[in-house]
Design a protein around this ligand. Structure first.
Ligand code: S3P
Length: 432
């Protein structure tokens, strides 16, 4: 187990962040079922994405790396995947497991999905249940609610499905299954879950429609066009640097080339509402996604209440948002975020437990947390619980806290942000 020790101090300077994780996963899966060679530049080489890379290779898709950071994905068309000879290991990646379940349910072969101890605890029923309504033949532990899953591929039927929780993984899984179904797949989402799947598949010529919260999919009449895209920086990785920049006195950080898709940038909008000195320029578009440079400096923040459909637009940022809230004046309330309990860890419980060790005034509620601020945090020994986003949120807290903070279990950080420590050090952080 590796321990990251971090001392207080500002972040100063200019940086980039690694590529978007959600888009990297999708480029492999969608590139694999396109007909022809997809070119993907600036992919994310993280633990989670390596699981998807290995999975598509096991399904018979050749992926080359002609130069560092670039993939050529030799797509074999919608019917071109091969029956895997071995179990597909999704490791820690929920996106890999859930999107693959939808893609594999309609194939004419059998496959088995497995995962790490952490992933084996995460709910799969949310994709298995609607897929079964479409006729999928899926067996697994706890009646198919948990990995490993055995998927006997078969032709599916359409569905009109109201998702109980806003989830991009569930939405994407069903839209992919729609390519192999006899009728229309209609997905109704209760909140604006990230829409990278819709953007990418539409760019590939897939028969996807979207009207507000209603998205449909059906079997394409033409092969999907291969992708040609440059993946922007991951907003969810930039979030840790934004959080440090805005809360640690004397900080000023610029991050270039960050994806600022409206379904992902909830934290940005919230920081503005709290009074943060934050700006965006150099707008462009990359791979059908809006991209910009972000600039942030230390600011006095006011507390806020966040809930409802805003939650899904900052779901992965909530652990680090709890750290931000410790520095805002007043009571910050996060509600309607029970989804946090089924992420890599129960992020309500783990965030509250670990931030309390640093002296935060934070209270757990069934669907979120309540934070009183501002508080001067004190360095302590804390635990990542094997959760990359919690580990990085604690590193931000370490930049704020008096004395040294030791984060145990820091080896999970490259699940989403390889080079995190190096990036912090370049911006002036003192770490060992
Ligand atoms: C993701 C969707 C979100 C997010 C996860 C990545 C994706 O999960 O939390 O980190 O790439 O589709 P849910 O779909 O469970 O909301």
């Amino acid at each position: 187990m590796s321990t990251l020790i971090i001392s207080p101090g500002p972040l100063l300077g200019h940086t980039t962040v690694p590529a978007d994780k959600s888009i990297t996963h999708r480029s492999l899966l969608f590139g694999g079922i396109a007909l022809g060679v997809s070119r993907v530049r600036n992919y994310l080489d993280s633990g989670d994405c390596r699981a998807t890379l290995a999975a598509v290779r096991t399904l018979g898709i050749q992926v080359e790396e002609p130069q560092p950071g670039e993939w050529l994905i030799h797509g074999r068309g919608l019917g071109g995947l091969h029956e895997p000879e071995t179990v597909i290991d999704c490791v820690n990646s929920g996106t890999t497991a859930r999107l693959l379940t939808g893609l594999l349910a309609g194939q004419d072969f059998h496959s088995v999905l497995a995962g790490s101890e952490q992933l084996r605890k995460r709910p799969m029923g949310r994709v298995v249940e609607p897929l079964r309504m479409m006729g999928a033949d899926i067996a697994g532990r706890d009646r198919g609610r948990l990995l490993p899953l055995s998927i006997r591929g078969r032709r599916l039927t359409g569905i009109d499905y109201q998702m109980p929780v806003a989830s991009a993984q569930v939405k994407s899984s069903l839209l992919l299954a729609g390519f192999y179904s006899k009728g229309l797949v209609v997905v109704r989402e209760p909140g604006p879950a990230r829409d990278h799947t819709e953007r990418m598949l539409l760019a590939m010529g897939a028969p996807i429609t979207r009207r507000g919260p209603v998205i449909t999919s059906e079997p394409p009449k033409q092969p999907l066009h291969p992708l040609d895209l440059t993946i922007p920086g991951d907003f969810s990785s930039a979030a840790f640097l934004l959080a440090a920049g805005v809360t640690v006195p004397d900080s000023a950080v610029s991050i270039s080339n960050v994806g600022v898709n409206p379904t992902r940038r909830g934290l940005l909008d919230l920081l503005v509402e709290m009074g943060a000195d934050i700006s965006m320029d150099n707008w462009s578009e990359s791979g059908g996604e809006p991209v910009g440079d972000l600039h942030v400096r230390h600011s006095e923040l006011r507390s806020v209440t966040v809930g409802g459909t805003d939650i899904v637009t900052l779901i992965d940022e909530l652990p680090v948002f709890a750290v931000i809230a410790t520095q805002a004046r007043g009571e910050t309330v996060i509600k309607d975020a029970a989804e946090l309990r089924v992420k890599e860890t129960d992020r309500i419980a783990t965030t509250v437990t670990e931030l309390r060790k640093l002296g935060a005034q934070i209270e757990e509620t069934p669907d979120g947390f309540i934070v009183q601020g501002p508080t001067r945090l004190r360095g302590a020994r804390v635990d990542s619980h094997g959760d990359h986003r919690l580990a990085m949120a604690l590193a931000v807290a370490g930049l704020l806290a008096e004395g040294a903070t030791a984060i145990e279990g820091a080896e999970c950080i490259p699940d989403s942000f390889p080079g995190f420590e190096r990036t912090l050090a370049r911006l002036g952080a003192e770490l060992e």
